[in-house]
Design a protein around this ligand. Structure first.
Ligand code: SAM
Length: 349
């Protein structure tokens, strides 16, 4: 383990076998060392800033059958909502007044929102709010649609690959195409977006080999953002009785991503905070540097139920920005509500 950690520290390429070895054999003091290494790299690249993105959940309707997800089309008991164009724009305006300059519009794959509607929303946000970044997280679209959104002013796109193991991907998404998902990520990159890929830790049937392959895939794709967090079961899905993803494996994954993609923007996810009450802080200590407090209208937040007990109050809510700032400060971090571009783009504020 010592040799592998030294190799990681010196920036040398790390093999699949070495990554698997880490996941299988890491002890507490090795994990501390790995996290310290990641933390140091984050400090060198972004200091102790934690970038806050205002999250707007725009729709809980979804045409996809992702087996793990509480809003999948098969869940007849899911509470469905969709925001109006005005509600979406107003949520961003509210965030702007709170100081946010970066917004993430996320939702199920809801055909109600045509490309033209998305373009109208993005153009309104971009013209009414000065110098803000807009991120979309609305799933797989055609090259032409991604291009049109980009031309309308969308800066970033989050699309987790979920798992790079094709067989496992097809197991958890019975009707989705693995190739489409991977191609979509390369299309987004080619168009010019800051792209976010990522995976869930602890998907039923996932192995350490799979996690190692996820890390190597991310290193190869070299995205500007990575979203990764634990799988958490949802009571109305076929995975309701499966085990949660594991805290240690999530922290190892965060630290490895930070070390192998030093300038990555890396959220400490709500799933991680839901998994463990210290999850957020541990995530930062493992190299994460982004949070996504929720700006959605209160009535809808509970309906966007991806997994059991999803946190939506306290520091998960953008309304409590002062409490968020205080809590970050207590952990030794400073909130930045600016656009927070990847330093690769050289316009980091
Ligand atoms: N539909 C868009 C997409 O698929 O990219 C965005 C919405 S989707 C609900 C956002 C993310 O939630 C997914 O990429 C997935 O990793 C995560 N997610 C869904 N269900 C989850 C669960 N049960 N546990 C942990 N994360 C989950």
């Amino acid at each position: 383990m010592k040799k592998i950690l030294d190799k990681l520290r010196s920036g040398k390429d790390i093999s699949r076998e070495e990554l698997i070895y880490i996941y299988k054999n890491i002890n507490d003091s090795d994990l501390e060392e790995l996290m310290n290494m990641a933390n140091k790299i984050r400090l060198e690249n972004y200091g102790n800033k934690v970038f806050a993105r205002g999250l707007v959940e725009i729709s809980s309707f979804c045409t996809k059958d992702c087996k793990y997800c509480g809003i999948n089309i098969l869940n007849k008991d899911a509470k469905r909502f969709r925001l109006s164009l005005e509600d979406i724009i107003d949520s961003c305006k509210k965030g702007y007044r709170l100081g946010f300059r970066s917004f993430v519009l996320q939702g199920g794959e809801d055909p109600y929102f045509t490309d033209d509607m998305i373009i109208e929303i993005v153009k309104a946000i971009k013209s009414e709010l000065e110098n803000v970044a807009v991120t979309l997280s609305i799933g797989e679209k055609t090259y032409e649609s991604y291009e049109a959104f980009y031309r309308a002013g969308v800066d970033r796109f989050l699309l987790r690959h979920e798992t790079i193991n094709k067989k496992l991907f097809e197991e958890i998404h019975e009707t989705a195409s693995y190739d489409n998902r991977i191609n979509a990520l390369y299309n987004l990159k080619e168009i010019g977006y800051a792209v976010g890929a990522g995976f869930m830790v602890g998907i039923p049937g996932q192995s350490y080999e799979d996690l190692a392959d996820d890390i190597l895939f991310l290193k190869k794709l070299n995205p500007e953002m990575v979203g990764l967090g634990p799988f958490l079961p949802h009571k109305e899905t076929v995975y309701k009785s499966e085990e949660k993803g594991n805290l240690r494996e999530t922290l190892i994954s965060l630290a490895l991503v930070r070390i192998l993609i030093p300038d990555v923007l890396l959220p400490a996810t709500t799933a991680l905070s839901t998994l463990d009450k210290n999850g957020r802080k541990l995530g930062f200590d493992a190299g994460a540097n982004v949070i996504m407090p929720n700006l959605s209208p209160k009535d809808n937040i509970e309906k966007y139920s991806l997994y059991n007990d999803k946190l939506n109050t306290g520091i998960e809510s953008a309304d409590n920005i002062q409490a968020i700032e205080n809590s970050m400060e207590a952990m030794g971090y400073v909130i930045s509500k600016e656009r927070g571009d990847n330093i690769r783009r050289k316009i980091c504020l």
